[in-house]
Design a protein around this ligand. Sequence first.
Ligand code: SF4
Ligand code: SF4
Length: 111
Amino acid sequence: MISCCGINCSECDAFIATKENDDKKRAEVAKLWSKQFDSDIKPESINCGGCLSESGPVFGYCEICSIRKCAKSKEIPNCAHCSEYACDSLEGLFKMLPECKENLEKIRQTL
Ligand code: SF4
Ligand code: SF4
């Protein structure tokens, strides 16, 4: 469940709220993320089957994420598999979410 950029989607609150179909959790996540990302996220938009989901919904921001688009265009499961690793976009993300780097580095050790 590692996303293109290295997030562990199985631990993501939006993924958990969707899996459990829990509207209370959706409301909590929407409130928290609205504050965190300084935007107006509605509980009904908290629906996600994970970054790599082919059939299920993908949360709005992750769906349009340029890193995800880039990895998909290269037909690789995540950035760990990229010959340009770690590009500037990814380095920028690592500063905000260091766990992404840890997860991708772990994958790279297995390649
Ligand atoms: S793709 Fe979905 S599950 Fe993964 S981080 Fe984004 S919102 Fe969470
Ligand atoms: S160029 Fe960067 S964002 Fe695109 S797949 Fe490679 S590492 Fe990921």
